[in-house]
Design a protein around this ligand. Structure first.
Ligand SMILES: [Zn+2]
Ligand SMILES: [Zn+2]
Length: 131
């Protein structure tokens, strides 16, 4: 059991480092591609399972599904995102993250665990190209 726990920690560190090196709100598929380049023995199932566990543990943030795949963030403090409709890149948005749950009306019986908000549009790079 101890060995297993240790292996898990090592794998999680590899995954976390890969995600932060990618620094692009990568999908699990992209994380796996980066991990396997350096550690060919790690399986896809292991990467996917660890990502799910890390989200559960609050070590990674699942920022939602865009264009058919969940994207992950190694910055776990709450923040919003902008997604470019052209290149599909996800950018961090620097704006206050309000406690909107305080403004909810008629939801007393619901347990609110969070909210997401994503801005969309065209990023500066894509704007430059289409000009
Ligand atoms: Zn773009
Ligand atoms: Zn982010």
């Amino acid at each position: 059991m101890r060995l297993d726990g240790k292996r898990n920690t090592v794998q999680r560190k590899i995954i976390f480092d890969s995600l932060s090196e990618l620094d692009c709100h990568a999908t699990a598929e992209q994380v796996y591609a980066a991990v396997v380049r350096k550690h060919p023995s790690i399986s896809k199932a292991t990467v996917y399972r660890n990502i799910a566990q890390m989200v559960e543990a609050g070590e990674l943030l699942n920022i939602g599904n865009f264009y058919g795949a969940a994207h992950y963030d190694h910055h776990c403090q709450k923040h919003y995102h902008f997604i470019c409709e052209e290149c599909k890149l996800v950018y961090d948005v620097n704006v206050d993250f309000p406690d909107l749950s305080a403004q909810l009306v008629g939801m007393d019986r619901f347990e609110i665990t969070g909210h997401t908000l994503t801005f969309s549009g065209i990023c500066p790079t894509c704007k430059e190209v289409t000009k």
